[in-house]
Design a protein. Sequence first.
Length: 272
Amino acid sequence: MLASNQTLFKMCRATRRLAPATLAVVVQCTAFITLILSLNVIHLILALSFKADLTIPIFVLVLMQALTAMAFSYLFGMASWWRWIHLCFPIAVWAMSHWPVQNEIYLAGFVVSLSLFWTTFRTQVPFFPSRPIVWQQVAKLIPQDRPVRLVDIGSGLGDLSMHIAKRRPDSHVEGIEIAPLPWIISYVRAKISSSSAVFKLGDYQALNFANYDVIFAYLSPVAMLNLWEKAHKEMLPGSILVSLEFEIPGVTPSLCIAGHGLSPILYIWKIA
Ligand SMILES: C[S@@+](CC[C@H](N)C(=O)[O-])C[C@H]1O[C@@H](n2cnc3c(N)ncnc32)[C@H](O)[C@@H]1O
């Protein structure tokens, strides 16, 4: 008993090293196998002892899968929001199977999601846009007395870069985005509106941060330590790193600007 508990504990610890999306698949599969095995055992006991059959309506089975997956996501130490995703996923699949949707629509949804969330699987930084109040705050933050070189690392649809490029025609404003769909949208928008902001498709890890006076990041908690390592190594004295919402663990910011309404805090590090 003790040995099997230890094996289970070791398994749970090993799974924590997986990327969250891979772990989510493991959780659903483990829940499915556990459910099938348990129901077969119950079925056998009922058949042998009471000569009774086990008939469970399909929706109840779906609900059991959802609840078992939710329990496994807790056991495997996934972040709390994953429990709700695991609960809703089997129910959503079941509901969609009752709704006559053409295969082409699923394919289109898949292609759009893939090009929007492209490498989120690896980077764990999904797309969500910042708000106009943030663009205004960042425009006020950057040095006003000289032209600057600014880059938005993970520029999404390009709003922040285009806003700053408009307010600071003397400066060079760039955005780099790893996901193809937001990048192409930002590129086309900049062309249509004759914005001077330049949008590149790629990974910000490939940039040399020494080429910029201001680096703006709206990423995710998991990206912050790597970002700081790179910024600390490459950014020149006097330049500034701005992060919306996410702090760098263990590195005190030089300045914090409180959020407004739905807009989160801005953290600013002045490189010494
Ligand atoms: C939270 S969104 C921020 C969008 C935009 N900066 C804004 O303020 O509206 C983060 C973006 O970073 C992109 N991203 C994540 N990792 C990246 C990387 N290594 N290089 C470039 N872009 C990345 C994501 O695809 C996503 O579009």
